[in-house]
Write a protein that binds this ligand. Structure first.
Ligand code: SDX
Length: 437
């Protein structure tokens, strides 16, 4: 291979040898470009769960799972967690640069302008039962929002996109808080144009008529941190869902409503609720935690909040959340037995060969639920909180799909069902009917 020749991968098939281009990312990630594979050889690849498959090229978020590195548009999660705000981080993810003062104030104004829900949408909550799951309500109401804003159906220019992005990011708080208020039988609290993104959400969640909720600044800061840490995570299940739906040129709200549904699963965003349910059961049963971990190793149950498809090291978000939990709990001078249990489980796991060999470490969900508990967020709202945090990431990926020359996502399959067979007439199967019935 001459020095200027681009590297290729040779694939030796029974029938032929193929050469496929090698694509190397800016962080030196190497990939084999197989886009011509089927046309040239008739072969496809098979990769259940996509653990070895790059679905796209993306400039938004970088993860090094072996080293436990996470960066949004090149900025480390540690720096953003310490120095940034959620709205600034959202603009960074969506537009690729830390915003100027003008961009930030302009977007903040859009968030304020679009924080209300149409009264027709508020009326829709009358149809939800109090025990309706807020993730179902969230996905339904995001889609319902688009019925009141037909302009978001066709993103003609940057201005309409930015307005739609602000609408979605702003209203997702109002929708979530209204779902909570419906579940507790309290009146919906309207957003206040004078409050920051996080404070406004807490206001809509916990204020009641004639008594405004006035949270401790540490609570607001902890919510800021939670949302920043959840803002994006490259091609995870729900973001890949958003990109899949976006690839059909479905509108932003429909794509993100689909992301909410994918996030709901206990193996994904639903894990933060599953962790607390696990800690609750362990606390109630007072089971010996070492014995419990033996049960995990026998695969009788999963250690929720542990393990990750990409991180084979400590999830950097979990490390940051663990420190935040310690700080908030120490400041509030409270004792949460769930935290003691979580710490013990982590201690046992980090020293046990079963977990070490499988590279199972705490992930973002292991401590996030404990933090949400200290903020007073009810358990069934935990995954909704994850969705509020992830919204800018979904919006950024939707935009990236629209701006790319991405084709509609349509994976192939290896068919392993019946080969062709003849129809068996119903009378031969003892069924009396005629084809017109
Ligand atoms: C999120 O993708 C993302 O980026 C997601 C996310 C994001 O920000 O978007 O980071 C958010 O979803 C975090 C993950 C939250 N989920 C959980 O905490 C649920 C518990 N964890 C798992 O079920 C699991 O670890 C996954 C789903 C996270 C990853 O699953 P994989 O990569 O498919 O791994 P696997 O199921 O094939 O497990 C590999 C081995 C198996 O053992 P062996 O068959 O090799 O003997 O590890 C074991 C598994 O049994 N294992 C676990 C375990 N997770 C994996 N054993 C006990 N407890 C666990 N939690």
């Amino acid at each position: 291979m001459t020095s200027d020749a681009k590297p290729t991968a040779k694939i030796q098939l029974p029938e032929m040898e193929l050469e496929c281009p090698i694509v190397v990312g800016t962080e030196n990630e190497k990939s084999i470009d197989i886009r011509a594979l089927r046309a040239q050889s008739g072969y496809i690849t098979l990769d259940d769960g996509y653990g070895n498959t790059g679905a796209c090229e993306s400039k938004i978020t970088y993860i090094d799972g072996e080293k436990g590195i996470l960066r949004y548009r090149g900025y480390s999660i540690e720096d953003l967690a310490e120095h940034s705000t959620f709205v600034e981080t959202a603009l960074l993810l969506i537009y690729g640069e830390l915003p100027t003062k003008e961009t930030l104030s302009g977007f903040r104004k859009l968030l304020t302008d679009h924080e209300m829900l149409h009264e027709g949408l508020h009326n829709m909550y009358d149809g939800f039962p109090a025990e309706g799951h807020p993730m179902a309500i969230l996905s339904a109401m995001i889609n319902a929002c688009s019925c009141y804003h037909p302009d978001i159906m066709v993103m003609e220019d940057e201005t309409t996109f930015m307005a739609a992005a602000a609408r979605l990011m702003s209203k997702v708080r109002t929708i979530a808080a209204a779902a909570y208020k419906t579940s507790v039988g309290q009146p919906h609290i309207y957003p206040s144009p004078n409050l920051s993104y996080c404070r406004n959400f807490l206001h809509m969640m916990f204020s009641i008529p004639f008594r405004e909720f006035d949270p401790d600044p540490d609570v607001v800061s902890a919510l800021r941190l939670f949302l920043i840490l959840h803002a994006d995570h490259e091609q995870n299940c729900s973001t890949s869902t958003v990109r899949m739906v976006a690839s059909s040129q479905a509108n932003l709200f429909a794509s993100c409503a689909a992301g909410v549904c994918a996030l709901w699963g206990p193996l994904h965003g639903g894990a933060n609720m599953a962790v607390i349910k696990m800690l609750h059961e362990l606390n109630e049963s007072q089971i010996d935690l070492v014995k419990f971990m033996e049960g995990v190793k026998r695969k009788e149950f999963r250690l929720m909040g542990f393990g990750h498809r990409v991180y084979k090291n400590y999830d950097p978000r979990a490390r940051i959340l663990k420190k935040a939990v310690d700080k908030v709990i120490r400041k509030a001078n409270i004792h949460d037995p769930f935290l003691d249990i979580a710490r013990k489980l982590e201690e046992v796991a980090l020293e046990d060969p079963y977990f070490i060999e499988r590279k199972l470490y705490p992930n973002v969900d292991f401590y996030s639920g404990i933090l949400l508990r200290t903020l007073g967020i009810p358990l069934n709202m935990f995954t909704v909180m994850f969705a509020i945090g992830r919204m800018p990431g979904w919006i950024a990926h939707w935009k990236e799909v629209q701006e790319s020359d991405s084709r509609i996502h349509r994976p192939r399959q290896v068919y392993t069902g019946y080969v062709q067979r003849e129809y068996i007439p119903c009378e031969k199967r003892g069924i009396e009917w005629n084809v017109g019935s």
